[in-house]
Write a protein that binds this ligand. Structure first.
Ligand SMILES: Cc1cc2nc3c(=O)[nH]c(=O)nc-3n(C[C@H](O)[C@H](O)[C@H](O)COP(=O)(O)OP(=O)(O)OC[C@H]3O[C@@H](n4cnc5c(N)ncnc54)[C@H](O)[C@@H]3O)c2cc1C
Length: 446
């Protein structure tokens, strides 16, 4: 732990009352805290971890992309990207610990069976997201280190068909505006620092063990050790723990969308020539083989999975009991798939990577919402794809909190947000806990 983190940790809360308690200081919790504090509320953030962003945020691949299935999701990602682009301005100042930055690499999306992108491109055209379409020959010219073969459907490595020859060649969509945030934990710390500038108090190693309420209204939170914080507004941003926190509040029963921890493993592997960050390699979405990968500093590729049907999903009952160590089985699968797409890959002899948890919702769309317990809100179900939207998710929550606390019924008439970049409107009802399942890819792509 760094000295700066310790400084953040030990600040005592000035009182056991607040206008709002935010549970969780991940990248989204810190963004919610910043926006509520900016709006004039006395905010206390409580997190059971040692510092900002030490939960699932710390494991994030932090990819910024616009390749979602629904209009509201694409618009949210595009508007949020512009907040990352002017990060210091968005935060209202710098951070002595340094600033996270948006590395723009562009993104290549292979078009394959069930994922051809036609509907997405119509939405990109409407929103104004630039792109080009490349056929296999153009792809080979521009990215000679990629094998453009079509291998769909993704297979397990013990499937004898895994080694079958390609059934054709893939085309792709390429945009120049995607990329990644170079240090996801630092991004959370930047947000926490900005929130503290607006008076928010952050308490670490402080666990919420109960939600106080009278059945109609939230009253505050109960902490391990017996202390309570009284507050008219409580926001659950507990990441993979958030379904447990919703159950503490008793609001899980009213939700039509479930969200639960799903184990994920991500690996780093040396990138061959052409595929490094300095070579200008893009983020790659490869649902043809069931993977995504991106370059990162140090000449490596970061690779993760996209939940192809052949892979077993590892749902986790107790997020605190899950191992952070990757497994040989998942590593071998990841390396074999990546080596198909990047034939010059040099696979290391031992796994270098991590295991972490998504808080996956039924339709892979997040839940940014109120609840029927007045004053209790949630930003959860972030499904492995909401790091990029964190700064805007903070604004969405503030809008929903402000509207609800001044008597507006967000369930009956969802709050709308007009994006300053596009002038287009996002219907925040798209992120309702009570929505009908959205038609999405059914994977982390959203
Ligand atoms: C492996 C991986 C790769 C990903 N890649 C991408 C990507 O490329 N692009 C993208 O957009 N998104 C990605 N994501 C998703 C993104 O990282 C998450 O959506 C985001 O970080 C969630 O932030 P959060 O603040 O909601 O949760 P977290 O960062 O998990 O924070 C929750 C916090 O709540 C605290 N907490 C929990 N329970 C309690 C309690 N009872 N009391 C007090 N505190 C509590 C925890 O200590 C934790 O700090 C990825 C996620 C993972 C796991």
């Amino acid at each position: 732990m760094t000295a700066a983190m310790e400084n953040v940790d030990v600040r005592p809360t000035p009182c056991a009352r607040a206008d709002a308690v935010v549970i969780g200081a991940g990248v989204i919790g810190a963004a919610v805290a910043l926006e509520l504090a900016r709006g004039g509320r006395d905010v206390v953030v409580v997190d059971k971890g040692p510092g900002p962003g030490t939960g699932s945020t710390s494991a994030s691949s932090a990819i910024i992309r616009y390749s979602y299935s629904t209009r509201d999701a694409i618009l949210t990602a595009w508007e949020a990207a512009h907040l990352w682009l002017r990060w210091e301005q968005h935060l209202g100042g710098g951070d002595p610990d340094g600033m996270a930055s948006f590395v723009r690499t562009g993104m290549l999306i292979f078009r394959t069976t069930g994922y051809d992108g036609t509907q997405m491109l119509q939405l990109w055209d409407e929103i104004g997201i630039p792109y080009v379409e490349l056929d296999a020959r153009e792809l080979a010219d521009r990215f000679p280190w990629l094998d453009t073969g079509k291998y769909f459907p993704p297979k397990r490595v013990d499937d004898p068909r895994f080694a079958d020859d390609a059934l054709g060649q893939l085309s792709a969509i390429v945009d120049e505006d995607s990329g990644f945030i170079d240090d996801p934990m630092l991004a959370a710390r930047n947000l926490a620092h900005a929130a503290r500038r607006h008076g928010a108090v952050l308490r670490f190693r402080t666990e919420v063990v109960g939600i106080d309420h009278d059945g109609r209204r939230v009253k505050g939170v109960r902490l391990r050790g017996g202390e309570s914080i009284v507050a008219p507004v409580v926001v659950n941003v507990g990441g993979p723990h958030s379904s447990r926190i919703n159950a503490m509040a008793g609001v899980d029963r009213e939700m039509t969308i479930r969200h639960r921890p799903l184990r994920q493993e991500v690996f780093a592997v040396p990138a061959p020539a052409g595929a490094t960050l300095t070579d200008g390699a893009p983020v790659v979405a490869d649902l043809d083989l069931g993977q995504y990968f991106r370059p990162q500093a140090g000449g490596t590729l970061l690779v993760g999975g996209t939940e192809p049907e052949c892979d077993e999903l590892h749902w986790v009952d107790d997020p605190d009991a899950d191992s952070e160590y990757p497994t040989v089985d998942v590593w071998e699968t990841a390396m074999m798939r990546l080596a198909r797409r990047v034939p010059a890959l040099g696979v290391p002899s031992r796994p270098v990577g991590l295991a972490a948890l998504y808080d996956a919702s039924d339709d892979w769309v997040p839940i940014y919402d109120r609840s029927s317990l007045h004053g209790y809100f949630m930003a959860c179900g972030t499904s492995g794809n909401q790091f990029k939207n964190a700064p805007l998710a903070g604004i969405y929550l503030r809008e929903i909190v402000d509207a609800t606390m001044s008597g507006h019924d967000h369930d009956a008439e969802p709050v709308r947000y007009v994006g300053p970049v596009t002038g287009l409107t996002v219907d925040l009802g798209a992120f309702s806990r009570r929505r009908r399942r959205a038609a999405t890819s059914g994977t982390v792509m959203g």
